[in-house]
Structure formats: structure tokens, C-alpha cells
Design a protein around this ligand. Structure first.
Ligand code: SF4
Length: 80
């Protein structure tokens, strides 16, 4: 997604939880006992939720990204 980035922080202990079928596109590997996220990442964020160390974070380069996304969804979905 444009303006969204998933990254591994120094909190990673290399437990491997995030590489066990969590990622839809297999974008995570362990390299030198630390999670590495490749360019295949589509920013779904499942790895962020599953990491027991809270070592993966999502960065929003556009501070209005969430608001814009909600507005886009609101324009295409009619909830009666
Ligand atoms: S689940 Fe978290 S601590 Fe474990 S390897 Fe992945 S990023 Fe590192």
C-alpha cells in the first residue's frame, strides 16, 4: 500500500513465530536470527499482530492515511 511500511525493530529475538505461515505472501525470513521483511510485503499486518515481542511495526508515512482509507471505503459501501 502506498505510504505504508512494515518494519522489524531491534526488539526482534529471532523466535521465528512470524515466518510460520503467518504472511500471505511469505515475505518474511530469518536472516542472522532476526526477521527480515522483503519487498514482497503487502502490508497486511498479520505479522505485527502475531509477534510476541511486539517487534514489528507499521509506519504510516501519510498521517491522514487511515482517515482517507475510511473515506474511500465509505464511498463504495452502502450500509443500510
Ligand atoms: S515473531 Fe517477532 S521476535 Fe519472533 S522472529 Fe518474528 S519479528 Fe522477531
Amino acid at each position: 500500500m502506498p505510504g505504508v511500511k512494515v518494519q522489524v525493530t531491534e526488539k526482534c529475538i529471532g523466535c521465528g513465530t512470524c515466518i510460520k505461515g503467518v504472511c500471505f505472501v511469505n515475505a518474511i525470513d530469518l536472516i542472522n536470527n532476526k526477521a527480515f521483511i522483503s519487498n514482497e510485503c503487502r502490508e497486511y499486518g498479520r505479522c505485527v499482530e502475531i509477534c510476541p515481542q511486539k517487534a514489528i511495526e507499521i509506519l504510516f508515512e501519510d498521517v491522514n492515511y487511515v482517515k482517507k482509507s475510511i473515506e474511500e471505503i465509505d464511498n463504495i459501501i452502502d450500509i443500510a
